[in-house]
Write a protein that binds this ligand. Structure first.
Ligand SMILES: [Zn+2]
Ligand SMILES: [Zn+2]
Length: 361
C-alpha cells in the first residue's frame, strides 16, 4: 500500500487505511477511493477532481470511505458490495461487521491498484458481492466460500479467540480475516478471468482439472489430510484439496506478497542481504511498487529477502513468522501464471463515481 498522509495541511501525520481520525492532529478524515488519498470531513460536501463527495452513511460503523453525491447512494461502494449483513438490531454482529469491513476495504483498494475489474452484484448478474454473516447470530456454521460472484464470510472469525481456535484445530500457520477475503476473491477471479477465458487450459496443467468432484475432494481432505510431501508442490495443506483451492490459495499469496512488497517500496525500504546471510553475495534488495509481467522472478527474489527480514522483525517482538510459508519452484510457477493473468487483464473502464474498474463491453 502507498503511504497515506493526513489531509490537514498543518499536519504531517501518517494515517492508516482504516482511520476515521488522524492520530496526530485529530482531524476527521475520509478516504477517496479514486485517488487513494484522504480528505478532511467537515460536514459539507467535498469537491474532489470535479465531483462532489460526502461521507458514507456507515461512518457511525467506522466506514471511512467517501461516496459521490452523483451516485444517489447513501453508502459507499465498499458498503454497497455487501449483499447480506446482520440484522439492524444485532449490534454485536454489526460490531464484527465493522471490523471485517476494514479487511474488505483493504482488499478492494489493492484490487483496484492491481487493475482488477470489480463488477458489482447490484449492477450485473454474477457480479462481485459479499454476504457477511455471523455463525454466532445465525446459530449455525456459516460456510466461508464463493458461489456465482458472492463471497460469504463468517463474521465470527473477526473474534480472535474464535478464529485462533479454528486455526489451531485445522493446523494452519496463518488465518486472518484479510486472508479469507483474499482467498475467496481468488475463487471469483478464477471463475471470471480463467475458467471463462483462454487461460483455462494452462490453469488445468498447473493446478489440475477443476471439473473433478469438489464434494469428494472435501471428504477426502478432511478424512486423510494433505498428502505426504505436499509442501514440494503446494503453498499450504488446504491447497492440495482441489484445484480451485490451490488457485485461491496462490491468489491470496499473490495479494499478500504484492501488498507487503508494495508497502515496503512506498516506505523506501532498502535491505542488504549480507546482514542476513554472510554466505551470500552482498545484494541490495530494492522493492518496487509494481513488477512488470516479465518480472515475477524479481518479485519473488525481493520477497525471499523481505519475508526473511520481516520474520526476524516479528521474532524481535516475540511473535511467530510474519510469513510462515516456503515458495518452492512449482508454487512459483503457479504464482507466475497468476501474475500473467493479472498483468494481461482485459480492457476495463473506470467508473468516476466510485473509482472502480468495470469490464468493458
Ligand atoms: Zn493530522
Ligand atoms: Zn462505507
Amino acid at each position: 500500500m502507498k503511504l497515506l498522509l493526513c489531509p490537514n495541511p498543518t499536519c504531517d501525520g501518517l494515517v492508516k487505511l482504516e482511520d476515521v481520525e488522524c492520530m496526530s492532529c485529530s482531524s476527521q478524515i475520509a478516504f477517496h477511493p479514486p485517488s487513494l488519498t484522504f480528505a478532511e470531513v467537515t460536514g459539507k460536501p467535498l469537491a474532489i477532481d470535479g465531483l462532489s463527495w460526502r461521507a458514507c452513511s456507515n461512518r457511525e460503523w467506522r466506514c471511512n470511505w467517501l461516496v459521490a453525491d452523483e451516485s444517489d447512494a447513501a453508502r459507499c461502494f465498499s458498503c454497497r458490495l455487501t449483499r447480506k449483513a446482520p440484522d439492524n438490531d444485532d449490534t454485536i454482529a454489526l460490531e464484527r461487521l465493522a471490523d471485517s469491513a476494514v479487511a474488505k476495504r483493504q482488499l478492494l483498494v489493492q484490487l483496484n491498484r492491481l487493475g482488477m475489474p470489480v463488477d458489482p452484484w447490484f449492477e450485473q448478474e454474477g457480479g462481485l458481492g459479499f454476504d457477511l454473516i455471523s455463525s454466532i447470530s445465525e446459530n449455525r456454521q456459516v460456510m466461508i466460500g464463493h458461489a456465482n460472484g458472492i463471497v460469504t464470510i463468517d463474521l465470527a472469525e473477526s473474534l480472535d479467540d474464535y478464529r485462533e481456535r479454528l486455526r489451531v484445530s485445522l493446523g494452519e500457520p496463518y488465518r486472518t480475516m484479510l486472508g479469507h477475503f483474499r482467498h475467496e476473491v481468488g475463487h471469483y477471479y478464477e471463475w471470471i478471468l480463467v475458467e471463462q477465458t483462454h487461460w483455462i487450459d494452462e490453469a488445468r496443467e498447473l493446478f489440475g482439472d477443476e471439473r473433478t468432484s469438489y464434494a469428494d475432494a472435501l471428504q477426502r481432505h478432511y478424512k486423510f489430510g494433505a498428502p505426504a510431501n505436499w509442501e514440494e508442490s503446494h503453498i499450504s495443506e488446504y491447497a492440495t484439496m482441489h484445484p480451485w483451492e490451490d488457485f485461491a490459495e496462490c491468489f491470496a499469496h499473490y495479494l499478500h506478497i504484492t501488498d507487503t512488497v508494495g508497502t515496503s517500496a512506498a516506505a523506501g525500504l532498502e535491505l542488504w542481504t549480507r546482514r542476513h546471510d554472510a554466505s551470500q553475495p552482498d545484494l541490495a534488495v530494492l522493492p518496487r511498487p509494481h513488477y512488470e509481467v516479465d518480472d515475477l522472478d524479481a518479485l519473488l527474489g525481493d520477497w525471499y529477502w523481505l519475508a526473511r527480514f520481516f520474520n526476524r522483525v516479528n521474532h524481535a517482538m516475540g511473535k511467530g513468522d510474519l510469513y510462515p510459508f516456503t515458495i518452492r519452484p512449482p508454487v512459483a510457477e503457479k504464482l507466475r501464471f497468476i501474475h500473467r493473468v493479472v498483468n494481461g487483464l482485459p480492457a476495463t473502464r473506470v467508473e468516476p463515481t466510485d473509482g472502480f474498474r468495470r469490464r468493458a463491453g
